[in-house]
Design a protein around this ligand. Structure first.
Ligand code: C2O
Ligand code: CU
Ligand code: CU
Length: 498
């Protein structure tokens, strides 16, 4: 493939939109793009004059992954999907085409927009070969933050996400304007895992893998295996991290460098918090600052082992036969015992030392609510032993025609999320449209106030969340973000009434 200058490349790939490299390590100083790095440039679509408009096509695409071809599912041919950027008050118009062989739709994870019509409507069905124009407007006071988009057609979600369909949806605003944050170098890390066979085809999960939630052994950051991240000596690096894997948890640590947490799913927190490690369950995001204050060299971004429970599943399956064998192999895969390298941080150049910000944004305190609900997270064995599990909220599997929870617009509620899973598996609980704050875990107050839309509820844990239902009436869903569990029934409907 001929060498292309960066400028030409941008014109080639970004007709009608502004393109930059989301992965600055993909472009060398010499401005040349190697065929290997070309595939890694995620396109960026930015709103202008209050409008973010683009064409988006879901299709099955052969792409280059870890230097070999892989047949994945992509938006506009890219892994990860193009990054979208807008501001509060903007209108978003996405002309979407489904060129998959399955029905699909789009969900805007974490955005506070209407769940009705052609907006963040999880009930839409776009059959293969059809298009739909999504259009919605972000409220004028929408928080800035790291949001994302992915398919949400019930029963196909895990499979389509595992194919690679996920992209960032960034809302710019208040946090980006803080001088210390502005001075930091910004990088986006989209974490995706894949299970590919030798010919680059996605391996279909066995029964047991679906019960636990499918995971792949190939771990990528922005579609790359162990990419390099650069930090200047004295500089600040702002990492905006998304767990876009359907089931894999990431327990992140950067050698010799603490993280300074500045934002969670729903946007900025009050002041930076120093962390040795950062756990991101599926669907969660975090923004951290890293200080370039160590000796020049290379430091690995690691994924540390994490036990997400559910190891008794095999006994529960009541099948001593071949399933057991599969199960064993899968358990070993899932119970990683060694840290894995996700990316490598390299010192490059130097700047005069940048300070950490002292103050970020003020996070609103929600009033104590009158209404408290209890939602039990569990799974139940199906009638035929060994044939499978249904995942449930309050003992019920998802029914698109049933409203599980009715709430009054402009009220605040506490939801007690109780993990009664007999197997002790951890379930990340996610709510659409309205963000929440975590009040407590097993009655222990949460150490800091932050806006979230996905929260991990570990085995035997009760997590209390506080939700303000605002601006939009209509039906939205809440579900486990281990997407196989969602597809297998762990989803409910909340109706917001005016
Ligand atoms: Cu990211 Cu309803 O999901
Ligand atoms: Cu969502
Ligand atoms: Cu779950």
């Amino acid at each position: 493939m001929p060498k292309i200058k960066r400028r030409q490349f941008i014109i080639l790939t970004a007709a009608g939109a502004m393109a930059t490299s989301a992965t600055s390590w993909a472009i060398g100083k010499n401005n040349k793009i190697s065929p290997q790095t070309k595939a890694l440039l995620s396109k960026l679509y930015k709103s202008s004059n209050g409008l973010l408009e683009l064409d988006l096509e879901a299709s099955s695409t052969r792409i280059d992954l870890r230097g070999k071809p892989a047949d994945l599912l992509t938006y506009n041919g890219q892994i990860p999907a193009p990054r979208l950027e807008a501001k509060a008050g903007d209108t978003v118009r996405i002309c979407f085409t489904n060129n998959l062989s399955q029905p699909t739709n789009l969900h805007y994870h974490g955005l506070h927009v209407t769940p009705n019509g052609n907006a963040d409507n999880a009930f839409l069905d776009i059959p293969p070969g059809k298009n739909l124009t999504y259009e919605f407007t972000l409220p004028k006071n929408h928080p800035s933050g790291t949001f994302w988009y992915h398919p949400h057609r019930h029963e196909f979600v895990a499979e389509q996400l595992f194919g690679g369909l996920a992209g960032l949806f960034i809302i710019r605003g208040e946090l980006d304007e803080i001088p210390e944050i502005k001075a930091a170098k910004e990088e986006f890390l989209v974490l995706q895992d894949f299970a590919l066979d030798d010919s680059g085809q996605i391996q279909s999960p066995n029964h047991m893998a679906m019960m636990r939630g499918r995971e792949g052994q190939l771990m990528t950051v922005n579609g790359q295996v162990n990419p390099q991240l650069a930090i200047a000596c004295g500089g600040l690096l702002r990492l905006r991290i998304l767990n876009a894997s359907p089931s894999r948890f990431y327990r992140l640590a950067l050698e010799n460098h603490p993280f300074y947490l500045i934002a969670t799913d729903g946007g900025a927190i009050g002041t930076p918090i120093e962390l040795k490690e950062l756990l991101l369950s599926p669907g969660e995001r975090a923004e951290v600052l890293v200080r370039g204050d160590r000796e020049s060299g290379q430091y690995r971004l690691l994924n540390l082992p994490y036990d997400r429970g559910g190891m008794n599943m095999m006994e529960m399956m009541g099948d001593g036969g071949h399933m057991m064998g599969d199960g064993m192999a899968m358990m070993q895969e899932n119970t990683q015992t060694n840290p894995q390298v996700l990316a490598t941080l390299t010192y490059q150049g130097s700047v005069s030392p940048l300070p950490l910000p002292q103050q970020l944004v003020s996070v609103e305190e929600l009033p104590e609510p009158k209404t408290v609900r209890r939602i039990e997270l569990s799974m139940e064995e199906e009638m035929t032993p060994g044939m499978g599990m249904t995942f449930t909220f309050n003992g019920k599997a998802f029914d698109p025609n049933r409203v599980d929870t009715q709430v009054q617009l402009n009220t605040v509620e506490d939801w007690e999320l109780v993990n009664v899973d007999p197997d002790g598996m951890a379930h990340p609980f996610h709510l659409h449209v309205n963000p929440f704050q975590v009040v407590s875990r097993n009655d222990k107050p949460d150490p800091y106030r932050a806006w979230k839309d996905t929260v991990l509820v570990k085995g035997n844990e009760t997590v209390r969340i506080r939700i303000a239902f605002r601006d939009f009436t209509g039906k939205a869903v809440y579900h486990c973000h281990i997407l196989d569990h969602e597809d297998l029934g762990m989803m409910g409907i909340v109706e917001m009434k005016g």
